[in-house]
Design a protein around this ligand. Structure first.
Ligand code: 5MM
Length: 333
């Protein structure tokens, strides 16, 4: 029987588990591998994915993994297709379907996410290959006179079209408008921009007829820019983030998952913990981290077989800390 969008979304949000964003583009994966001196080859990227997907106990903290197109066709080191590895652990395979960003027409310092061309057919193919949720990321930059209304609107329209097409195929759309941490803006500015971004997004999703009960929002936290001289405390981040959601996210949305967005692994856990403590909204809150879950393990792995057990143990530790933070029960390292 085909599962409903709502059932899939609930499975992704159940038991305080989170999503692993393992959908780095070839370019981004290459940057990660470069930090440990590895070449950006298809095989090294496969080994990088293998490290995390085969970590013993991953299913206790991860409900779904966002895959990259390349990874969906690859197999674990024992020859089992990655999709099968995940399904056998009860982890739902997801797929990144956006085509990356290009300069926004008329405002080239801003970004427009592309990838709608041929998306309908790609989604049908991904569904038959096991994907039950998808992800599309828009990038919003805060700076002098940006973001423009046009940037927010055009990206929201693309996200709405993507979400509409996903739902037609039985795939839960994860909608990710990332307000970047880069810049000298303060917490208030982050809140203003994130609130506006989300309002425009939900307006467009509604206009396009997207069923909000079958959508997951992947959001940045409301946070000070990384160049801002006054950095907000975790408690201030938490209050501003929940206030922003209360003002902009419809109550029908079942869940909101966070990006780590350039916070250190530990900061991302501390912030999540503070948010979980003050979350009074109707949404389930969780994490969908890439760097904050994978970074520390990557440093230990260094591409060496003998380091795999220690690297996997570090990954599982971070996972457990974030599952605890999801419940406001993180006690520190
Ligand atoms: C894994 O990175 C995702 C894809 O980014 P690129 O297409 O630029 O390679 C990215 O969308 C990711 O899902 C989110 O930014 C969350 O990652 P972080 O590292 O911020 O938790």
């Amino acid at each position: 029987m085909t599962e409903s969008l709502q059932t899939i979304a609930q499975q992704l949000l159940a038991d305080h588990k989170g999503l692993l964003a393992a959908d780095e583009s070839e370019t981004t994966a290459g940057k990660r591998l470069a930090t440990i001196g590895l070449e950006n080859t298809v095989e090294n990227r496969r080994q990088y994915r293998n490290l995390f997907f085969t970590a013993p106990g991953i299913e206790q903290g991860i409900s779904g993994i966002i895959l990259h197109h390349e990874t969906m066709g690859q197999s674990a080191s024992d020859g089992t297709p990655f999709v099968q590895v995940l399904q056998s652990k009860g982890i739902i395979p997801g797929i990144k379907v956006d085509g990356g960003v290009e300069p926004l027409e008329g405002s080239p310092e801003e970004k427009m996410t592309i990838g709608l061309h041929g998306l309908d057919a790609r989604l049908a193919d991904y569904y038959t290959r096991g994907a039950r949720f998808a992800k599309w990321r828009a990038v919003i930059t805060i700076g002098q006179n940006i973001p423009t209304d046009n940037c927010l609107l055009e990206n929201a329209k693309a996200l709405a079209e993507y979400a509409f097409l996903c739902q037609k195929k039985g795939i839960v759309p994860v909608v990710e408008p990332e307000v970047l941490i880069d810049g000298s803006h303060d917490l208030d500015m982050s809140e203003v921009v994130t609130t506006k971004t989300l309002r425009v997004l939900f307006q467009e999703l509604t206009t396009r007829g997207v069923d909000l009960t079958g959508v997951i929002l992947k959001s940045s936290m409301v946070i000070s820019g990384n160049q801002c001289p006054t950095q907000a405390t975790p408690e201030e981040i938490a209050e501003a983030t929940i206030r922003c959601f209360t003002n902009a996210v419809p109550k029908e949305v079942p869940g909101i998952v966070f990006i780590s967005g350039g916070q250190s692994a530990m900061q991302a856990t501390v912030s999540l913990n503070a948010i979980a403590k003050v979350n009074t909204g109707p949404w389930t809150i969780s994490f969908s981290y890439a760097r904050a879950l994978q970074g520390p393990a990557l440093e230990i792995w260094k591409g060496k077989t003998e380091n795999i057990p220690a690297a996997q143990a570090e990954f599982i530790k971070r996972l457990q800390q974030n599952v605890a933070a999801n419940q406001g029960k993180y006690l520190g390292e």
